[in-house]
Design a protein around this ligand. Structure first.
Ligand code: LMG
Ligand code: NDP
Ligand code: PMR
Length: 399
């Protein structure tokens, strides 16, 4: 145990080569923060702030709250359309936590119509109401990421609604830290990786065509990542650590029958499966960037929004954990962030004109300034990203 803790501490405190020269000890190792990146991010955001006003579009889209409501594309001339209509953003898992806070933050600007893509329509509708999101600024549509049929159905429904797609936010996730045995999606994939990665993988692959179609000034595809999938941080070194290994379990379909339910082929571990799924999310974002950024101009991004220790993500954890985790993050690690603050951060990645750079994993400092963070070695391994992409294509029926 002592040995384990010691190795945990030493690897967590190792300073990444790239930031050695100008990052402080605390910046680079504890929270994965590089001071130089922080300064760069600050500079960029103030330099580009003046562009913001001219880039923001207001107006045109009709209010609706039903998935089946009539088309809402602005019928003005292409030029007018470019300058007049609201942005249209799909947020998965917008019925609670980060997704809901992001939907609220975007809706409140009056410049976005949020499509809340949720598995529980009633819960989503209630959540939107109690968060005070104005009716004309959101639409709830059904999406269960644990079923690939549901993902395809969502894409069909979305297309039939004839709404534009300007930004897609892959936010939904499940975390099953106390599960002793694996559970599975409709197609038989282990639930955490099946939902968090494979469901989103299919969704974003299908909706890429839709993103390409519309002429919004800044189109983005965002996949929420996390610090706990990054082993170059202290948080990422709390066992069990993320590790995709040689992907043998993923290649076998994660079905727990003729293959392991874990990506690396090991024994089922719910906390590890979640962290592995976040590594897949971050790898997928970079593979999208490599394959499609130049051709499409779409911005591909991931982020760590901070430790939002109060969300529903921890609903399956033991009550003692849920009680102690928020004060631990607030007062010990100081990594805590409120749902409101985290929602503003993700909303920034959706709409801030200073965050158009593609292929970036965004994080924030304590004063909530965004910076380009460094991913762990595994989460930035281009060869692994390609392999995860190719295997995932087969699993979801795209190849
Ligand atoms: C597994 O447990 C779970 O079994 C699994 O279900 C899943 O949740 C998984 O990764 C997720 O974790 C991991 C287990 C192993 O961790 C624990 O059991 C820790 C329980 C504590 C939970 C946190 C909330 C409660 C905190 C109590 C608040 C009191 C404050 C005490 C502060 C103590 C700080 C350490 O974890 C380990 O093996 C841990 C190994 C030993 C930990 C040593 C950590 C060394 C780090 C150095 C200290 C740095 C302190 C923080 C930085 C402060 C900087 C200002
Ligand atoms: P929540 O549990 O509050 O929100 C997760 C959302 O995902 C819920 O709306 C949930 O729906 C939805 N969801 C779960 N399964 C499915 C499914 N099969 N189909 C459709 N939607 C589904 O957690 P958070 O807000 O904390 O998590 C949001 C994102 O933030 C996740 O990607 C998580 O990994 C990430 N994150 C969170 C951190 C934190 O500290 N909380 C830190 C870093 C990253 P329902 O309401 O119906 O349950
Ligand atoms: Mg972690 C140093 C800072 C830090 C940060 C920013 C997080 C974030 N955590 C940190 C440190 C620690 N955590 C330490 C030192 C411990 C051992 C006491 C610790 C423990 C811990 C547990 C048991 N932490 C956790 C858990 C969870 O169950 C959460 C998890 O891993 O879910 C996959 C979690 C988290 N810690 C975080 C964040 C953001 C989480 C939520 C998980 C996520 O969404 O990635």
């Amino acid at each position: 145990m002592a040995l384990q803790a010691a190795s945990l501490v030493s690897s967590a405190f190792a300073v990444p080569k790239e930031v050695k020269s100008n990052a402080s000890f605390k910046d680079s190792s504890l929270f994965g923060v590089s001071l130089s990146d922080h300064l760069k991010a600050n500079f960029n955001s103030s330099a580009l702030r003046s562009k913001r006003e001219s880039n923001q579009r207001v107006g045109g889209v009709r209010a609706q709250t039903m998935a089946t409501a009539s088309p809402a594309v602005n019928t003005a001339t292409p030029e007018a359309k470019k300058t007049l209509r609201k942005g249209s953003v799909v947020v998965t898992g917008a019925s609670s936590g980060l997704g809901l806070a992001t939907a609220k933050a975007l809706a409140e600007t009056g410049k976005w119509h949020v499509i809340m893509a949720c598995r529980d329509l009633l819960k989503a509708e209630r959540a939107a109401k109690s968060a005070g999101i104005a009716k004309e600024n959101y639409t709830v549509m059904h999406l269960d990421l644990a079923s690939l049929d549901s993902v395809r159905q969502f894409v069909d429904n979305f297309r039939r609604s004839e709404r534009p797609l300007d930004v897609l936010v892959c936010n939904a996730a499940v975390y099953l830290p106390t599960a002793k045995e694996p559970t599975f999606t409709a197609e038989g994939f282990e639930l955490s990786v099946g939902t968090n990665h494979l469901g989103h993988f299919l969704l974003s692959r299908l909706l890429l065509d839709d993103l390409k179609k519309f002429d919004y000034p800044s189109k983005r595809l965002i996949i929420v990542g996390s610090i706990t999938g990054n082993t170059n941080t202290l948080a990422g070194n709390v066992p069990p650590k993320a590790n995709l290994g040689d992907l043998r379990g993923l290649a076998g379909g994660l079905n727990g029958l003729n293959s392991s339910s874990m990506i690396d082929g090991g024994e089922f571990d719910g906390a590890k499966a979640y962290k592995d799924s976040k590594v897949c999310n971050m790898l997928t974002m970079q593979e999208f960037h490599r394959r499609f950024h130049e051709e499409t101009g779409i911005t591909f991004a991931s982020l760590y929004p901070g430790c939002i220790a109060t969300t529903g993500l921890f609903r399956e954890h033991i009550p003692l954990f849920r009680l102690l985790f928020p004060p631990f993050q607030k007062y010990v690690t100081k990594g805590f962030v409120s749902e409101h603050e985290a929602g503003k951060r993700l909303a920034q990645v959706v709409s801030d004109p200073s965050l158009t750079k593609s292929g970036i994993y965004w994080s924030w400092n304590k004063d909530s300034a965004s910076f380009e963070n460094q991913l762990s070695q595994e989460a930035s391994d281009a060869d692994k990203a390609r392999k995860v992409w190719e295997i995932s294509e087969k699993l979801v029926g795209l190849a």
